[in-house]
Design a protein around this ligand. Sequence first.
Ligand code: SF4
Length: 340
Amino acid sequence: MAKHKNIPFFIPHSGCKNNCTFCSQTKITGYSLPAEQIAKEAERLISVVDESLDYLGGSEAQIAFFGGSFTGIERDRMLLLLQTAWEYVKKGKVAGIRLSTRPDYIDEEILAILKKYGVTHIELGLQSTDEVVLSATNRGHGRDVCFKNAEMIVNAGFELVGQMMIGLPFSTEEKEIQTAKDIVAMGASAARIYPTVVFEETKLYEQCLKGEYMPLSIEDAVRRSLECLKVFRKADVEILRIGLHSSEELKNAPYGANHPAVGELVYGEEMYEQICDLIGLAGTIGRALKIYVADNKVSIASGLNGRNKKRLMQKYDFKAIKIFASGKDEKLKVKIEAEE
Ligand code: SF4
């Protein structure tokens, strides 16, 4: 499958009248943008897309409206952004349009508009399908809305992407695995997993300070994300991302899984488990392990800062470990040999 490229266009917090306890996006005062600012925003979209197409090379890219709840912004503003993006789709300059939104900002009328303007993918910020977690994080809707509106999206012929979080208040590993299973059952073709990060000036931060919420450790974030990843792998649901994009804000977040490479840690852990499974009960002491992986998986096999190699050495008493880039589509293989 060709890796898709996004041309992201961020609409921070716009369209969202909610205030989730973990949300770090500054609440905008006043909800509507004046007409001239709406026009300027569309001009900004054109320059962002034109610049991106120059270095992306075009046709495989999608224009991606991320950041807030796109379908909740003012109607004339949403239409202008969609019309502007649609021009690029019509001319074959981009492959489609995707957007992220809240489950309760979807209805039949909105879907009809999105269809008309060539939207292909809808990313639903579900975060959890557990009633208690949804309520504790002030999501403003229940699990029934998640299911009903996801079904509406799939039935209308859009690709559904499920976004979920790890380590929210009152969440557990079991609830997260269930959320991943629910996303699969909803018919999602792809998913994003976001371990919870605690940002300052959020309700969650206050809850941390009061001892009402125990932030997620990096170790737990990796373990719990991996269990959800396995659910998605089994169902052939593509993982678009694990963890937030690195940013100054993420670096400064006081609590939670604010590791800039949490996704790499999860993929590294996944491969570590797979390598251990392949080694099985083979005799290993004083021998050499050769690991063969696809070209782009060498660093994942080695693990962040070589942690997989170190752990394999310790666990199995290998004398040497070598990892080989063995072609674009090489499946993971291991060989255990007497050291040369
Ligand atoms: S729905 Fe999204 S943008 Fe709105 S408050 Fe919650 S996390 Fe923030």
